[in-house]
Design a protein around this ligand. Sequence first.
Ligand code: AMP
Ligand code: MG
Length: 338
Amino acid sequence: MKKYINKILIITCFLILSAISLISCDTSGNVFKIDFFALDTYISVTAYDCDKSILAGLEELVRSYENKISVTNEDSQVSLFNRNKTATFDSDISSLLEKSLDACKKTQGYFDITVHPAVKKWGFFDDKLYVPTSSELKELTNKIDYKKITCNGEIYSTTSDCEIDLGGCAKGYIGDKCAEYLVEHNVTSAVINLGGNVKVLGKKTDNSKYNIAIESPDKYGYIAYISAEDTSIVTSGAYERNFADESGNIYHHIIDPFTAAPAQSDICSVSIICDDGTLADCLSTALYVMGSQKAIEFSNTHDNFGAIILMNDDTVFVSESIKNIVTLEDKYILYRES
Ligand code: AMP
Ligand code: MG
């Protein structure tokens, strides 16, 4: 009955490719690549003028962040906070929390890290679809409110009904941290791909920019190509993780905090291009929930990021500021505001 379509696909591909992490290098010896499974997704990093030990350290870094952030690890700092309703986080996690709370505020609650009770109820936490009743949804919406998280000095606290989930921003943040780690190890050119959330470090060794493709929702082609240097490209879409019930209704993992249900969006996918990967990740989720009209308005009134928004009718909004670095695939039509 239950289908966890994309997750299964990714895991199957990964298992076919490798049971353990793979580190390889090209014949000239200066391009290194590592592939591994973490953060519930397939991760690949390609770095130039690097070495194996640096990439092995990078895998460890990703796993250490996963251990601290993941709600599926009951000993993570986030899980401890959810159980005890109070915690002091280490500097990494408190910085992620501050950034994500700021995004909750700036997006007027379309991004809300307190969606966890809804994520759990719908079964996205333990892969068991459950469709809540309308009174259960009402109860859930009362639980979701990022303003319930308070901070006194270094101590964060919340109310008894509140639980956080940093799944909407963690990959963006970890991508930034991976780039920082590589720079500390004198690597100046790399592409870090955390399941489609991409962090680009520097340029290619021939001094040209990286050409990053955004996969189409059916995974058979691409929506657009971005000429990128030192930036993050983060994508959200309902197709990434969803359940289908026996009648074919699809329930996906991006929750509308105002209804506690999967967002009813006319958007297929949102890609955010921004130097700050954490912000890019928060915004990709938030703009998806907003729906096209609000998302376009939000993009047009903020100049610290660029957005590529694929609507259900195959039209694509591209922010003015990034039009010169984005090439759309032929089948898509550029959205023009009337
Ligand atoms: P993303 O793939 O970055 O869009 O993030 C989706 C993940 O973020 C979900 O699996 C949830 O863990 C969490 N999430 C879902 N809806 C929201 C929301 N409206 N605001 C913040 N996090 C969310
Ligand atoms: Mg996100």
